[in-house]
Design a protein around this ligand. Sequence first.
Ligand code: TMP
Length: 288
Amino acid sequence: KMREEKGGKIFIKDEDVVSKKIQNLIDGGVDSFQVISDFDRTLSRASYNGEKCTTCHGILESSIVFNEETQKDLAALKKRFYAIEIDPTMTIEEKCPYMVEWWETAHKIMIKSKVKRTSIQQAVTESNVILKDNCKEMFQILNQNSVPLLIFSAGIADVLMEVLYQKSSFLPNIKVVSNFMKFDENGVLVGFEGELIHVYNKNEGALTDSAYWYFEDIKHRHNICLLGDSMGDLHMADGVPDVNTCLKIGYLNEKVEHLLPRYIDAWDIVLVDDPTMDVANVLFAAIT
Ligand code: TMP
């Protein structure tokens, strides 16, 4: 059924392992189940009609928020560091210092530019961010069955949530762990809350107190479906105690030729250039 939904670009290293995991998730039922998902290029589309779609950070790189010079500076950072993020020849350890430098520099530029809380809404409206097809349906299936969905993102929480408000809805089963902006009394950006979350530190170390209580509340849910597009996303469930089954679905959108063998090795199911949430939805329909 998953293959039918996805067509040809679905890769599974070990079908027996995946079948067993899926059976475990179905047998465990809806009350043992939770979902942990990345946001950019996992719930949102990587491209549309051949044009790259923007990320949470990218949404702010618009004229409503930044002047031309600042936009250029942020675009230059992205050009340099995104190549490192997806470089198939570097290890995660080698990439980490560069990611910290990217996020810290970008956040400093945003603070210096005095981003206004009110401009986020308009920037999202005018951006080309698009949720994947049937993402809204996915949120609904999970919410109707009271399955908790943690969106764990190295993007910007305030932007991500605005995307959900505008393009879908922010349902009660959703929890966001991401970089939250801090504003002063005039609604001007003055910093970010807590520890910085970048693509390669999305693990238990990045979880805040509120995330700790989130996991405490759902500690009876030992079965997980993890959705991500980056090798760093594989660690998003590291903070969950006593995991029974964790099915990892990886969305591969870039440097497919180089990265595919590594993705097939690391993820249970790999979906290449999938603009939909259909495969996850088939699974969720079977569990709920
Ligand atoms: P994710 O954890 O939701 O995938 O979000 C992280 C993405 O954000 C990652 O692919 C890099 C991207 N990013 C930008 O596009 N611009 C920036 O300034 C920064 C710091 C990150």
